[in-house]
Write a protein that binds this ligand. Structure first.
Ligand code: HPA
Ligand code: ZN
Length: 326
């Protein structure tokens, strides 16, 4: 079977990964020691044992605890560089990385420290790995819109170092329209807009991400298949869905990878893509997502090509760069 080799070798773009979710347990312990931060786990093995999630919130609690070891600019650089080297090994040639400034500013880390470290890794990735990388600032939806506005203000002096705005964290009970005003402001400022919707939340959240926030892509969006009218809208407007199969498996969005609806999304003509979300926590980077999903669902080489093409089509790279890949 030559499909796994094709999946690994094909050039691809990653459009949905949280850089804080690329922190491997070994790096968490190394940074904890370097910064004299205490974490409530005795060892790398002890921490890894805690990675048994039942839903999104059970993951987020541990993900925010892990991010508490990030303090200095170099910490953010080291985290992003480790991910970018790993991405290059999976033939990811372009990536758009999410970061969560509020997770850090709430602990007294300046947004400049966060952005400078991440951005320096992106610059080095182009020069040393041939990987183009850009940043998308995410607001935490469990916090207030006012808090998001304050975060935007703090980040605007560095606006040339990130290309877009996203929305992540606890979905249920925090619908997209909670952030209508701040997304309208980000739109005026000329940022690309995306939002997590339809991961655990209902199709209504995908509708309001599109119609109220006016996002260009939907992160996850897998619950859209419950609403035929929404499926039609996503197909007609060619709205990319950044699907994360191993994440969905680990957070129990689907009971089994063989039950994943990626094939159904593609069959409905949607611009679906494959992504790793939080690779250090969910058991695999890009190629692992592709290989395991194809093995479980029986997707074909033709669909592999389609997913790679969709990843560039759905990306925010400029049209000449897109035409080199599609
Ligand atoms: N969903 C919502 N918020 C997140 C995720 C996710 O999968 N990963 C990191 N923050
Ligand atoms: Zn995500």
């Amino acid at each position: 079977d030559r499909l796994p080799a094709l999946l690994r070798a094909m050039p691809k773009a990653e459009l949905h990964m949280h850089i804080e979710g690329s922190l491997e347990p070994e790096l968490i312990f190394a940074l904890a020691q370097r910064n004299a931060v205490s974490i409530p786990y005795a060892s790398v093995e002890d921490l890894r044992r805690a990675y048994a999630f039942t839903n999104l919130q059970s993951f987020l609690d541990i993900y925010y605890a892990g991010a508490s070891v990030l303090v200095k600019e170099q910490d953010f650089y080291d985290m992003a560089w480790a991910y970018l080297e790993r991405a290059a090994a999976d033939n990811v040639v372009h990536c758009e990385m999410f970061f969560d400034p509020q997770t850090h500013t709430a602990r007294g880390v300046d947004v400049k420290t966060v952005i400078d470290g991440l951005h320096r890794a992106c610059v080095d990735a182009q020069a040393k790995l041939g990987v183009s990388a850009s940043l998308i600032l995410c607001f935490l939806r469990h916090l207030s819109e006012q808090d998001a506005f304050e975060t935007l203000e703090q980040a605007l002096p560095y606006r040339d170092k990130f290309i877009g705005i996203g929305l992540d964290s606890s979905e249920l009970g925090h619908p997209p329209e909670k952030f209508a005003k701040v997304f309208a402001r980000c739109r005026e400022l000329g940022f690309h807009l995306v939002a997590h919707a339809g991961e655990e939340g209902p199709p209504e959240y995908v509708w309001s991400a599109l119609d109220v926030l006016k996002v260009e892509r939907i992160d996850h969006g897998v619950q859209s298949s419950k609403d035929p009218a929404l499926m039609k809208r996503l197909a007609q407007d060619r709205i990319p869905l950044t699907v994360c199969p191993l994440s969905n498996l680990k957070l129990c969005v689907f009971p089994d990878l063989s039950k994943h609806n990626l094939g159904a999304l593609l069959d409905a003509g949607l611009v679906a893509t494959v992504n790793s979300d939080d690779p250090a926590y969910f058991g695999g980077y890009m190629n692992e997502n592709f290989v395991q999903t194809f093995a479980a669902t029986g997707l074909t080489a033709q669909q592999a090509w389609q997913l790679a093409a969709n990843s560039f089509q759905g990306s925010f790279i400029d049209a000449p760069a897109k035409s080199r890949y599609i």
